[in-house]
Design a protein around this ligand. Structure first.
Ligand SMILES: [Zn+2]
Length: 135
C-alpha cells in the first residue's frame, strides 16, 4: 500500500470518503495516486471530502465466494461507481431496508455510501439511493 492509499484508508476508518482534486486542472480523481492523471502534475493534488453519492457504471453479481464473511450475503453485487468524471470506485452494493435496495442494480442507478465492518476493518460500500438525485 502506498502513502496515498494508506492515508485514504485512514480516513475511511473515520468514515470519511476522500478523493483527490487537482488544483491546476480541477480533475477529481480516484483511486488516489501520486500525480494528476490529466495534467501529470505531482504537486497540485489535494484531498477533498466527497459526499459518497454516485452512479453505477458497471456491476456483476456474485453467487459463490471463498470469503467466509460474505457467505451469508450471497448472492451479492460488486459495483463500479462513478463518483465524478475521472473518479471511479469499485465496491459492494449492499441491500438497504427500502424497496429500492432489494432489487437488482441497473446501469445508471444512483447510489449512496455506507460503511460496514469486515474482517476487523471499516470498508466503504454502497446502497441504492432512496431518492433519485437531480441530474
Ligand atoms: Zn491536473
Amino acid at each position: 500500500m502506498d502513502a496515498a492509499a494508506a492515508y485514504w484508508w485512514e480516513a475511511i476508518r473515520e468514515k470519511r470518503l476522500l478523493v483527490q482534486r487537482c488544483t491546476s486542472c480541477s480533475l477529481v480523481q480516484h483511486p488516489p495516486g501520486p500525480w494528476c492523471r490529466r495534467c501529470r502534475s505531482a504537486t497540485t493534488l489535494e484531498w477533498t471530502p466527497h459526499p459518497g453519492t454516485g452512479r453505477i457504471v458497471s456491476f456483476t453479481e456474485v453467487f459463490r465466494t471463498t470469503y467466509p464473511e460474505f457467505q451469508s450475503e450471497l448472492p451479492y453485487w460488486i459495483v463500479m461507481i462513478e463518483l465524478a468524471p475521472g473518479a471511479v470506485m469499485v465496491s459492494n452494493l449492499v441491500r438497504a431496508d427500502g424497496e429500492a435496495g432489494n432489487r437488482a442494480p441497473r446501469i445508471g442507478d444512483a447510489v449512496e455510501l455506507a460503511y460496514r465492518e469486515r474482517g476487523g476493518t471499516t470498508v466503504p460500500v454502497f446502497a441504492l439511493a432512496e431518492q433519485e438525485p437531480a441530474r
